[in-house]
Design a protein around this ligand. Structure first.
Ligand code: GLP
Length: 240
């Protein structure tokens, strides 16, 4: 694991955007795996700036998002469809973008089709991840086993509480999601995990220094050959 500690959130965002830019420079038709949450917002702002400045062209690149609430309407402003459209996709020029469909009539079918679409594009070249306070990646919550494929999953109570800030009330947070599995994520050629703020310090400590266990989903990344963790000083305070 390569751990890059940055002074603050701004530096973390710039570093991540630079690494994405380098990926596209090396392979213009890269398949990117993208994340939602507050953490990647600065990275997406920087990618938009680079794109508008003519420094970064996504016209041959493809994006697959990690996850989506289930069920949720794409038009809902809490959906990850809405988040990605507003915070990145409508501002830049990706060739194609994919997000699990929170309106799918058959969740299992949607999950299987999502993995097939990723495979049809040759797999993910670079996957961006955030991390939940409980160590979840995508919406893969602490569990007895690592999930392999994209799956329909129940959200943890702690995740519902953490994500309630984006909804009018906790009761409005969907209880389920569709998420790339740990296996789907693990098959990405390169992975960058972002963590910002003291609230993530414990998860980063356990994910990087603790035992590899499905109870701490991000700990599986210790086994991946090409993982970069970009953390600000607050998130890295227990591992420095
Ligand atoms: C959500 C997303 C995750 C994300 C996590 C952390 O639950 N499904 O992919 O990494 O939240 O979010 P934040 O960056 O807001 O802390």
């Amino acid at each position: 694991m390569n751990i890059l500690v940055q002074k603050n959130y701004d530096d973390l965002s710039k570093k991540c955007a630079e690494l994405i830019k380098a990926q596209i420079a090396a392979k213009s038709d890269s398949v990117l795996g993208l994340a939602t949450g507050s953490t990647p917002l600065g990275t997406y702002k920087e990618l938009i700036r680079m794109n508008h400045a003519g420094e970064l062209d996504f016209s041959r690149a493809i994006a697959f998002n990690l996850d989506e609430y289930f069920p949720i309407k794409k038009s809902s402003d809490q959906s990850y469809h809405y988040y990605m459209r507003e915070n990145l996709f409508k501002h830049v020029n990706f060739a194609q973008t994919f997000i699990p469909d929170g309106e799918a009539p058959d969740a299992a079918k949607e999950c299987a089709a999502y993995d097939e679409k990723i495979a049809a594009q040759g797999g993910i070249d670079l996957q961006i991840l955030g991390i939940g306070n409980n160590g979840h990646i995508g919406f893969n919550e602490p569990d007895d086993k690592f999930t392999s494929a994209t799956n329909h999953t129940l959200l943890d109570e702690s995740t519902i509480k953490a994500n309630a800030r984006f909804f009018a009330s906790e009761s409005e947070v969907p209880r389920h999601s569709l998420t790339m599995g740990i296996g789907t994520i693990f098959r990405a050629k390169k992975i960058i995990l972002l963590a910002s703020g003291a609230g993530k310090a414990d998860a980063i400590f356990k994910a990087t220094r603790g035992p590899i266990t499905p109870q701490m989903p991000a700990s599986v990344l210790q086994l991946h050959p090409d993982v970069t963790i970009i953390a600000d000083e607050d998130a890295a305070k227990l591992i420095q």
